[in-house]
Design a protein around this ligand. Structure first.
Ligand code: PMP
Length: 346
């Protein structure tokens, strides 16, 4: 028996996720994480709370406390929130709950690849619409492609380009698409721009957020979805029982209440400093997030130079993004190390 022939046909073309991590790195600026870990005082509080966990019992299945904290923060009803093991899990649940075999989903290119990958993994058909020359949305093409589709996925700010799409284009898509529009606001805390205010009136709108970026909690895998309660209740039908472990719940409850503004400010300051030092020599996309997309001359050579200095970066190899380097804004020391190489000319 050929075991591989038993795969779902759309899974056949997929490859396992490979973060392409440098085995031993000194600086890690490849995954848009936060270069600053959570404050020591919060870490202490977390450890105290973890000591109280009943390790022999299942965690709160509905993450009630965390949802209530997030509801207060975002001024919405807790019934409009569901928590996921990273926002990745929530994208998976959306596709699992709402797409039938061969249903279309629309996503731009370049964008976050998990929309396409999880669509294929769930038997849906990704329809990819190229962004325009400025990496802005081609909203007419998106709306056209979305005829008969179940979802449009839009990362806002977009990853890997870092920009927020134009507001008028976003509004046109949200208002005229006859399907769900998922706005993935993973980098919201850096952009300060959100469509959350439209949630009450636009029933097709779904907002995703994460603790992995501005909240420095990538290791704990916590993301959340905000949407109409009817959508949340469908997601709860496919959500695995106890999807959020007790440690992650405690970590998110306590970090959600920290003031991240000073760290966000430092990162934005560093981003602008890097941008100003680079834009005359390189094509650099104006960013609303905690990373910069930079076009280098020879991607392969540049990656080698970075790795020689122990700097793990994300380099794109093919298609439209060939020779584009995505650089996470890290600590000043990390940024200086990256800038030093770029200033040499790569
Ligand atoms: N959406 C976007 C746009 C992202 O860039 C990422 C992480 N790279 C995610 C979602 C996934 O984040 P999480 O860690 O919450 O799964």
């Amino acid at each position: 028996m050929n075991i591989l022939s038993l795969q779902r046909s759309t899974v056949r073309e997929l490859k396992p996720y490979d973060p392409e991590l440098l085995a031993a790195y000194k600086y890690k600026v490849d995954a848009n994480e936060n270069g600053y870990d959570i404050p020591v005082a919060i870490r202490k509080k977390i450890l105290k709370e973890i000591a109280k966990i009943k390790f022999n019992r299942y965690p709160d299945p509905g993450s009630v406390k965390l949802r209530s904290i997030l509801a207060d923060k975002n001024r919405i009803d807790p019934g409009c929130i569901v928590i996921g093991n990273g926002s990745d899990e929530l994208i998976h649940y959306l596709l699992q709950a709402f797409t039938d075999k061969n249903d279309k989903i629309v996503a731009p290119d370049p964008s976050f690849d998990m929309y396409r990958i999880l669509a294929l993994a769930n038997g849906a058909k990704p329809v990819i619409v190229p962004l325009d020359d400025n990496f802005d949305l081609d909203e007419t093409a998106v709306i056209r492609a979305a005829k008969g589709a179940k979802f449009i996925f839009l990362a806002y700010p977009n990853n890997p380009t870092g920009n927020c799409f134009s507001d008028d284009k976003m509004l046109r898509v949200i208002r005229s698409a006859g399907c769900f529009v998922v706005i993935d606001e993973a980098y919201f805390e850096f952009s300060g721009k959100t469509y959350l205010n439209l949630l009450a009136t636009q029933k097709n709108l779904i907002i995703l957020r994460t603790f992995s970026k501005a909240y420095s909690l990538a290791s704990m895998r916590v993301g959340y979805m905000m949407a109409a309660p009817e959508i949340i209740s469908v997601i709860n039908k496919v959500r695995l029982p106890y999807n959020m472990n007790a440690v992650s719940q405690v970590c998110a409850e306590l970090t959600a209440q920290t003031d991240i503004a000073p760290v966000v400010k430092k990162i934005l300051y560093e981003r602008e400093k890097l941008y100003s030092s680079l834009y005359k020599e390189y094509l650099v996309v104006k960013s609303d997030a905690n990373f910069l997309m930079i076009k280098v001359c020879d991607g392969k050579q540049a990656k080698k130079l970075f790795e020689k200095k122990g700097i793990s970066i994300r380099m794109f190899k093919d298609g439209r993004l060939k020779d584009f380097l995505r650089l996470t804004i890290g600590t000043p020391e990390e940024n200086r190390a990256a800038l030093e190489i770029l200033k040499r000319g790569v």
